[in-house]
Structures are given as C-alpha cells and as structure tokens.
Design a protein around this ligand. Structure first.
Ligand SMILES: [Zn+2]
Length: 245
C-alpha cells in the first residue's frame, strides 16, 4: 500500500491517536492531517498578508493577532493552535531528529534593532558575528554568492516544517530529516544559508557542493558546516547551511 493510501484509509488505527506508524516512520492520523492542511493554508495566507521578508521575523502572538484581525487570513482554530503547540514543544527524537534545541519559547521575539535586512534577498541577518561572517564571505568568495535564508523566527520555521509534513503526506519522520522542528533551528539564533546566484533550487541540493563557490568556502576557517554528511543530528547533508562559530 502506498504511504498516502495508508494515511487516508488506515481505518484500523485508533480514531483519537495523534499518529500512526508506517515501518519506523511516524505518520499523522487522518484527523490530524485535516488540521495540518488547514494550518498550512492559513500560514501561507499569513505570509502573503505580512510579506515574504517580514514573515521571517514575526512572532507567534503577532501571527495570532493578524489571524484574528484580518479576514483574508482568518483566526487560527483551536486544533491548529494545539498542533503548533505540539510541534514546537514535543521532543523530536522519536522522529529520528537528534539536533539541539535552540529556542524555548513559542513566542520568541526577534527585535528589529538586532537584525539587518539584506538588500535584494528578502532575508534578515543577526547583527554581530553572523552579519560580519556574511560580509566577509561575500568579500572572499565574490558577488556570485548570495543569502538564500537568514533569520527564521518560530512562525517561519513552523511554516516550513508544516509545509514539509504536508508534502511528505503527513510523514513527520521524513519531514524532520530535511527541515528542523520549529524549536530546533539554528536559523532562529545564528546560522544562515547561502547559494549561487542563478542556481535556483539546486542551491538547496547536494549539487551546491559541486560549485566553485562551495569549494572556496571549505577553505575558510571562520565558518563551519552545520550539517555535514551522515551527521549525528539525523539531518540531511546541507552544504549550503553556514554554521556561525
Ligand atoms: Zn539552513
């Protein structure tokens, strides 16, 4: 049986269970799947409303406020709130994700005085070592290098995670292999992603490691690579993700 069929027609599972098991993978139950779909859509409407760049830094309470006050988004339902709460606070080791927790408050605030918007990228970086590393990288590697993702507060990370669970048809185990759960992303505190201009989605694949820019980056001692091949965190290989050290 295909994973999706199992998800939709897995009638033997208890009705109130949060999730089902498929092999070693944890899959959302049918009821939770419906909540995930509506949550995913609401987060997309919220992003359209507040704008791509701003969506990276808005807080949880701000998101709820926008939902309540703007009918084009609509208020988050009780089930959606419960799901966000669960995805933020649960321990993801059961999904095979062993990375460190980076954020402990679902309503974490990113203050505008602490970040800088990087022109033409739609992204922000934290002032301090993160920002100086980025500028130094641009000087050392050249102008073909660009920022593809910077600061991501809880709502942004939540939206990426929820969308990935949607795209894996409810398979949280698979989703957490490529997107860190919302309390576990280093984008919330320091790290950022880079890519080569014009390389498009390939910047987020192992192909990025074949670029000249990447080869030059590996010679630099002031940055690290957070997710190398077969890392202990249980995260896929991400040569584009710069570890601020
Ligand atoms: Zn990253």
């Amino acid at each position: 049986m295909k994973r999706r069929d199992f998800l939709l027609f897995g009638a033997s599972a208890p009705l109130l269970a949060n999730e089902l098991l498929f092999g070693n993978d944890v899959i959302l139950s049918k009821k939770k799947w419906a909540t995930l779909v509506s949550l995913n859509r609401r987060l997309k409407r919220l992003k359209r409303y507040v704008g791509y760049a701003n969506f990276n830094i808005i807080s949880y309470q701000q998101a709820l406020h926008y939902g309540r006050n703007y009918s084009s988004i609509g208020a988050f339902t009780k089930d959606e709130l419960a799901m966000m709460d669960r995805l933020f606070y649960e321990k993801p080791a059961k999904y095979g994700f062993y990375g460190s927790q980076t954020c402990y408050n679902i309503d974490n605030r990113v203050l505008t005085k602490d970040v800088v918007k990087i022109p033409h990228t739609g992204h922000f970086l934290f002032k301090g070592k993160t920002l100086s590393d980025y500028h130094r990288l641009k000087r050392d590697i050249g102008d073909t290098l660009t920022l593809t993702s910077g600061v991501r507060n809880v709502i942004k990370q939540m939206s990426l995670y929820v969308n990935k669970i949607y795209r894996t048809h409810g398979n949280i185990t698979q989703a957490s292999f490529s997107i860190a759960p919302p309390a576990y992303s280093y984008h919330t505190i320091s790290d950022f992603d880079v890519g080569v201009k014009g390389f498009g989605y390939l910047n987020f694949t192992a192909k990025f490691a074949t670029t000249e820019e990447f080869k030059e980056m590996t010679k630099l001692n002031y940055i690290g690579m957070r997710y190398h091949k077969n890392n202990k965190d249980g995260v896929r290989y991400e040569p584009w993700h710069v570890e601020v050290i």
